[in-house]
Design a protein around this ligand. Structure first.
Ligand SMILES: NC(=O)c1ccc[n+]([C@@H]2O[C@H](COP(=O)([O-])OP(=O)(O)OC[C@H]3O[C@@H](n4cnc5c(N)ncnc54)[C@H](OP(=O)(O)O)[C@@H]3O)[C@@H](O)[C@H]2O)c1
Length: 251
C-alpha cells in the first residue's frame, strides 16, 4: 500500500457529495471509523465518484467494543462501505475488548483472507506498539495519533521513523483552530498561505501524513494545495517550538 501524503478525515461528514467532491479534487486516502457512524456515507461517496477502486486507500477502524469479534465486525463495516475489502483496518484504541494476544492474530487472519490489505493501529503508545511488534513480528502498517502544533507526541514519531511505518496525524488543523496559534500565523504570513496550510505543510515537511477533515470544495482544495508549499527549516523549528499542552482527545 502506498499511503498518499495527505488524506481526508471524514469524522462528522454526513453528505456523500462531500466525499465524491474530495475524490474529484484529488483525494485518494479516505479515513473513516465505525464510531463516526458514516461508513455508509463514505461508501456512497466512493460509489458516486469517478475513480477506480484500486486508486483509493480506504481506511476504517474497529471500535473498542468490537475487538473480540474482529471478523464479524469487519464484515459489517465492509457491508456499510459497500466494499469487498479495506486497504487499512485500524484498532481504534487499545482499550475495551482489546487483547493483543487474540485481537491481533484475528486481524492477521483477515489480512490473509484478503478482507483487509494492511493492519494499522491508532492511539497506540510505545508499550502498545512494541507489544504489537512482539505478537505479529512486524510493525503496524501505520499508527494514527493526534498531532498538531499544540500536541506533538515526538516519541511516536521517532518510533515510526525507527520502524519505518507512516505516522498519520489526526486533528492536524487543531480542530479548525490553528489560526489561534501565533507561530503558525507567523509562518503563514511569511509564505502568504493560510494557517491551516501552514500546519499541514509543517506536518508534511516532517514526513507525517495528515488527514484534515474538510467539507467544502474550497477547504478541500486549499488543504491539498499545502502539498506544494515549501517551508524553511526555521519555519519548521518555529512550529516545533510551540507550547505543547492541548491534547484534544486524552484517554
Ligand atoms: N483515530 C482517532 O482517534 C481520531 C480522533 C479524531 C479524529 N480522527 C480523524 O482525523 C480527522 C481530522 O481530525 P478532526 O476532524 O478532529 O479535525 P481537523 O481536521 O483538525 O479540523 C477540522 C475542522 O477544520 C475545518 N477546516 C478544514 N479545512 C479548513 C481550511 N482550509 N480552512 C479553515 N478551516 C478548515 C473544518 O471545517 P469544514 O468541515 O467546514 O471544512 C473542520 O471544522 C477526522 O475527521 C478523523 O478522520 C481520528
Amino acid at each position: 500500500m502506498n499511503l498518499p501524503r495527505l488524506g481526508l478525515g471524514t469524522m462528522g461528514i454526513t453528505d456523500p457529495e462531500a466525499i465524491a467532491t474530495a475524490i474529484d479534487v484529488g483525494y485518494r486516502h479516505l479515513d473513516t471509523a465505525q464510531i463516526y457512524d458514516n461508513e455508509a456515507v463514505v461508501g456512497e461517496g466512493i460509489a458516486r465518484a469517478d475513480v477506480d477502486r484500486g486508486e483509493l486507500v480506504v481506511a476504517t477502524k474497529l471500535w473498542v467494543d468490537q475487538l473480540d469479534r474482529v471478523r464479524e465486525s469487519t464484515v459489517e463495516s465492509l457491508d456499510r462501505l459497500g466494499l469487498d475489502a479495506v486497504d487499512l483496518l485500524y484498532v481504534h484504541r487499545p482499550r475495551g475488548k482489546y487483547d493483543p494476544e487474540s485481537t491481533l492474530p484475528a486481524l492477521a487472519d483477515l489480512q490473509a483472507d484478503g478482507l483487509v490489505d494492511e493492519i494499522a493501529v491508532s492511539n497506540f503508545e510505545l508499550d502498545d506498539l512494541n507489544r504489537f511488534i512482539d505478537v505479529l513480528e512486524r510493525p503496524p502498517a501505520a499508527n494514527q495519533v493526534e498531532y498538531h502544533p499544540r500536541f506533538q507526541p515526538e516519541d511516536r514519531l521517532e518510533h515510526a521513523r525507527e520502524h519505518e511505518y507512516p505516522l498519520v496525524a489526526y486533528s492536524p488543523l487543531y480542530d479548525g483552530r490553528v489560526g489561534d496559534v501565533d507561530a503558525v500565523v507567523e509562518v503563514a504570513a511569511r509564505h502568504d498561505i493560510t494557517p491551516e496550510q501552514a500546519s499541514l505543510a509543517w506536518l508534511l515537511e516532517k514526513g507525517i501524513h495528515p488527514i484534515p477533515k474538510a467539507s467544502s470544495r474550497e477547504h478541500l482544495e486549499a488543504n491539498l494545495a499545502a502539498q506544494s508549499v515549501d517551508l524553511d527549516p526555521e519555519d519548521v523549528a518555529a512550529i516545533d517550538g510551540v507550547e505543547r499542552e492541548d491534547e484534544l482527545y486524552p484517554e
